[in-house]
Write a protein that binds this ligand. Structure first.
Ligand code: SF4
Length: 465
């Protein structure tokens, strides 16, 4: 077992027995689910919408090279600049160069998982730049010194009392402020930063190849301020974010809104096609789009795994996952958590270190059932496991255990071995620590199913006679 896996198991054990943590996230997830159940009523045929969305993403990803070049050509025609970054370091270096050229002291940011992936904030802070998260949930996490807990709701694990205490401790707000007052308090602080910042950095929800546009979806208006107040706007996108056409948004905007937050459509949806034009009053003077690879072409190279690139980061698979509901987001200790994180992290960062995430699943299929682009998440998890076995990234003990398990499963005499005695003995002595103290060990009945079934049939024959 590697260190990452051991740490993951230790954190999981701690979290599953933390009933207060579970109460808070199950409350938040229940609210999400109620909103989703209501929001999805807007689709007369949700199954058809999901099929169509999967088909659109399939097309975009199959021709990814062409779509990205098309995006670049159109976006640069409108005065924007495109930067191709092979990995996180290249993206950081490019952003560092822009910040230096603009003599940036303050950078405002709107919510973006890809900037978490490349660890942008510490990079800028190390260069003496004041970086401020402007999405309220991200702002709370930044104040707390924690990474986002959930792809869509970064601070869902915090109660309103905890947030009030945090604002009091870090910002000197009055103690015990209610949520509305906390929001107004944050808003006042952030407005000042928007005016001061030389550079605004946003993520990207969709890259629109046919018009060379960047679509950004949000509920607070902070991404619009981030992209329009500062003189320079940098948008960072994983290369998989591409859609073939702006016309696809009629499907993807409502699907993302409903699966992400139960809304029919998110409050603010913006499309940026470059910096402001000569006669326009608003907008940045310069706009850059960074197209980040960072392991995504490894996924693309695998015809089966490629489907993981269809993800639109709605977070719905996290909300329904029984494992996520029990261990929560931080336990994964990766940028992307829950089922989609368990699928793509071993592919992006290496199976040897992250294969354990593919095993953190009951394979119930709830994630696949809810995904708006119908990614076969639970099958991809199985494929990851298969890959890990092929790479022999397990231990010898694990390999021997599976060998013994297989032999036993294929042997009727072993399966019928004295149930109560032998099987319960092995259960107690070999599996107790893996099973954990929080759960009761299962107890084998006196006779195996095969023996009971045989007895039942024999009795039936006797009855018939
Ligand atoms: S895998 Fe599907 S459900 Fe999960 S975040 Fe991505 S799009 Fe949403």
């Amino acid at each position: 077992m590697n260190q990452l896996e051991a740490a993951f198991l230790a954190r999981s054990r701690e979290k599953v027995s933390d009933l207060e943590h579970r109460r808070k996230i199950n409350h938040a997830l229940k609210q999400s689910d109620d909103a989703f159940q209501k929001g999805k009523e807007q689709f007369s045929d949700l199954a058809a919408a999901r099929r169509l969305a999967k088909n659109s993403k399939w097309k975009a990803i199959e021709y990814l090279d062409r779509r990205l070049e098309e995006f670049e050509e159109k976006f640069t025609r409108h005065g924007g600049k495109v930067i191709w970054a092979e990995n996180a370091q290249q993206a950081l270096d490019e952003i560092g160069t822009i910040c230096k050229a603009k003599n940036a002291r303050t950078v405002v940011k709107s919510k973006s998982m890809v900037t978490e992936e490349i660890h942008l904030n510490p990079f800028l802070e190390d260069r003496g730049i004041d970086v401020i998260e402007t999405d309220l949930g991200e702002y709370i996490q930044q104040l707390a010194g924690e990474p986002p807990y959930h792809i869509v709701a970064p601070s869902m694990h915090k109660s309103k009392e905890e947030v009030a205490q945090l604002f009091h401790d870090k910002l000197d707000a009055l103690p015990g402020l209610p949520p509305r007052q906390l929001t107004l308090f944050a808003r006042k602080k952030l407005r000042k930063k928007f005016r001061e910042a030389e550079i605004g950095i946003t993520g990207v929800n969709f890259l629109l190849a046919d018009i060379g546009g960047v679509a950004v979806t949000e509920n607070e208006g902070n991404a619009r301020l981030t992209s329009s107040f500062p003189k320079t706007h940098i948008a960072i996108a994983g290369i998989e974010k591409v859609l073939s056409s702006v016309a696809d948004l009629h499907l993807f905007w409502p699907l993302l809104a409903t699966h992400g937050s139960g809304q029919k459509i998110t409050v603010y949806n913006s499309i940026f096609t470059g910096p402001k034009r000569p006669k326009e009053a608003d907008g940045p003077e310069e706009m850059y789009v960074i197209l980040l690879n960072n392991g995504r072409t490894n996924i693309l190279a695998d015809v089966k795994a490629r489907e993981g690139l269809y993800c639109i980061r709605c977070g719905a698979c996290l909300n329904v996952c029984p494992v996520y509901k029990n261990i929560g987001g931080h336990t994964y200790n990766t940028t992307y958590s829950g089922p989609i994180g368990a699928v793509i992290t071993p592919q992006l960062r290496g199976s040897r270190n992250y294969k354990h995430l593919s095993y953190a699943s009951s394979l119930c299929g709830a994630c696949t059932e809810v995904c708006p682009v119908r990614i076969n998440l639970h099958e991809l998890l199985l494929d990851n496991r298969q890959q890990a076995v092929k790479e022999k990234s397990g231990t010898r003990t694990e390999a021997f255990t599976w060998y013994a398990w297989k032999r036993a499963m294929l042997s009727r005499s072993v399966l019928n071995i004295a149930n109560e005695g032998t099987k319960n003995f092995f259960m107690k002595n070999l599996f107790k620590s893996a099973w954990g103290n929080e759960r009761e060990l299962p107890v084998f009945p006196g006779k195996s199913f095969n023996e009971q079934w045989k007895k039942y049939l024999d009795a039936g024959e006797e009855r018939a006679v």
